[in-house]
Design a protein around this ligand. Structure first.
Ligand SMILES: [Mn+2]
Length: 366
């Protein structure tokens, strides 16, 4: 509880710096980061509203009251039972806190439905993005956050090992993705970081293939990308595996991707720019003439969101620093043939980096 409240105290300083009067949080990683509560976003309005004077309350449907009081440090829950109620409560708040002409930061991922309703209530208020107040805190992980991310990374490795043993001829992409998520639940992870990706053969040429009923055949390349969460914190791992045998071409592409991964990963340290890591991975791939088949960034930060700062891409201007966590995931995708991606996650330490998931260099055959 103290953790969340002390984060809010830091956010208040940013609110003062940027002359923001109120922070409106919709169900999201930011809501969880500051209150400890992370319900599913839905059509029923749930907001936590925090003021630069330290006021804090939730507006929520009655059914959430108990959970909010249990999971958060916020003691004031304004309950609504009907849509008309909600409007009434909001009108009262506008009056009580003089929100007519306030500067309001609103969660970036609030549904348009709610933003429009809020704007209609207080058309003279200035609205900005909540992330501007919170992202400089979220980008550096505390010891407690790092502990959760290490746990999530270890779990991802364990599940990967187990799944590699289940890659039998005839099993489908959907079955593999289901097995991965079942293993994660069995080991206590409540949610995945994103929808699990499993792709066989030509499907691996699509970086984010949606698992299908396609069955595994001998000679297929298998791409698996997933991440169990621990206490809300993400992990992210991709392995490309060969079923039975492979071709010289595929093995060669694997080695290039592994080299690109290794070059970027081994350069991780405080002070290096995100774009420099991207350049190292991209350079290794262009050396062999495959640059136009590397169709995404080299990596991304991860934490409560699967994609967050620092983004490791061509124009990534952020200087990396101790406590940041990121993925390195170069890939080469040859349309109608196959794709290969190798992804692991890393924590930046004072001297360099710690692997949250290992940096694999060898081909895996099953
Ligand atoms: Mn990733």
């Amino acid at each position: 509880m103290d953790t969340y409240q002390s984060r809010f105290n830091k956010v208040i300083k940013n609110m003062e710096k940027k002359s923001v009067d109120f922070l409106f949080l919709f169900p999201s990683a930011n809501m969880y980061y500051l209150t400890g509560f992370w319900p599913q976003p839905e059509e029923r309005a749930i907001f936590s509203i925090l003021s630069n004077k330290g006021d804090s309350f939730f507006i929520a449907p009655e059914m959430y009251e108990e959970q909010i009081l249990k999971h958060t440090w916020i003691k004031d829950v304004k309950i609504w039972k009907t849509k008309v109620d909600f409007e009434g409560i909001f009108d009262e708040l506008v009056k009580e806190f003089k929100m007519h002409k306030a500067n309001i930061a609103i969660e970036d991922r609030t549904w348009a439905d709610f933003i429009i309703r809020i704007q209609n209530k207080i058309p003279n208020s200035k609205i900005s993005l909540a992330s501007n107040l919170i992202k400089d805190l979220r980008i550096r992980k505390t010891e407690e956050e790092i502990m959760f991310m290490k746990k999530a990374g270890t779990l991802a490795e364990e599940i990967m090992k187990k799944i590699i043993e289940s890659l039998d001829i005839g099993i489908s992409e959907l079955e593999i993705s289901g097995l991965i998520e079942y293993e994660a639940r069995k080991k206590g992870s409540k949610r995945m970081s994103f929808d699990t990706i499993a792709s066989f053969g030509q499907n691996s040429a699509n970086p984010h293939n949606e698992p299908s009923k396609k069955k595994l055949r001998k000679g297929d390349i298998i791409m698996i990308d997933f991440g169990p969460r621990c206490n809300g914190y993400c992990s992210d791992i991709t392995r490309t595996i060969f079923k039975g045998k492979s071709t010289k071409k595929a093995e060669n592409v694997f080695k290039i991707v592994a080299e690109a991964h290794d070059r970027a990963a081994s350069a991780i340290k405080p002070g290096i720019k995100a774009s420099e890591l991207d350049k190292l991975a991209r350079g290794a791939i262009s050396k062999y003439g495959f640059e136009k088949f590397f169709i995404h960034g080299t990596g991304h930060g991860l934490g409560l969101d699967i994609h967050e700062e620092p983004y490791i891409k061509k124009d990534g201007s952020i200087k990396l620093d101790e406590g940041m966590t990121l993925t390195i995931e170069p890939g080469i995708y040859l349309p109608n043939e196959f794709g290969i991606r190798i992804e692991s996650s890393y924590l930046i330490t004072d001297g360099g980096y710690d692997a949250l998931t290992s940096n694999p260099r060898d081909l895996i055959f099953v």
